[in-house]
Design a protein around this ligand. Structure first.
Ligand code: CO
Length: 211
């Protein structure tokens, strides 16, 4: 059996098992999607959101990209955010990074990863520059990249708070709650590293007065 064929056959077994446990399982999900969470995570195959949080289909709306970035010109991410906040009315938005992130490590190198990856990694280099004094003082390279993982998550949560999508939702509905988390590949534990909620203030320059 080819590797992709195994995926299809395991899928059939999974669907059968689900029906055996709950004959209404798929029926319940077909017409309604009411997730409480939007998850913005790294595309890394070792950090599967549903598995590490033991959540079921229907519980988390998911967007993933390299190094879990919130880029304010990324139409894909902003569409997901807009839909999750304004239509699904999620109560929490979680940015989840992970220690040992290849994207974060790559951003710390001087390597040319060619055009499109260079463009993406530039966003993480900018985070490094914002925290250069702290990061340059960490001698151990692994520790330095792990600290950048945490700072990057904090910065991406801040990037969410800078959007009019989030600020308008805060003004009208008092949610969503924004969370920054970091997953540890060594023990499977998620560490919260930042939170921003309605009523909290960010740099005045980014706050809209006339929403
Ligand atoms: Co990663």
């Amino acid at each position: 059996m080819k590797s992709y064929e195994k995926l299809l056959s395991v899928n059939k077994k999974w669907a059968g098992d689900k029906l055996n446990t709950d004959p209404e399982f798929f029926k319940k999900l077909v017409n309604v999607q009411t997730p409480e969470f939007l998850w913005i995570g790294c595309s890394d195959s070792r950090v599967p959101p549903n598995e590490i949080t033991q959540t079921q289909p229907g519980e988390i709306f998911i967007h993933r990209n390299i190094a879990n970035l919130v880029v304010n010109t990324d139409v894909n991410l902003l569409s997901v955010l807009d839909y999750a906040v304004n239509h699904l009315k999620v109560k929490h938005v979680i940015v989840c990074g992970h220690y040992g992130c290849g994207g974060v490590k790559a951003s710390m190198s001087q390597n040319d990863f060619k055009l499109v990856l260079n463009m993406w990694l530039r966003n993480i280099k900018d985070v490094y520059r914002l925290h250069k004094t702290e990061l340059d003082n960490i001698a151990d390279e692994e520790q330095r990249s792990n600290r950048l993982v945490e700072l990057n998550v904090q910065e991406q949560v801040m990037n969410l708070a800078k959007t009019s999508i989030i600020q308008r939702a805060w003004k009208n509905n008092n949610y969503p709650y924004l969370h920054g988390w970091v997953y540890d590949l060594h023990d499977g534990i998620i560490k919260p590293v930042s939170e921003i909620k309605a009523g909290d203030h960010i740099d005045r320059l980014y706050e809209f007065d006339d929403l």
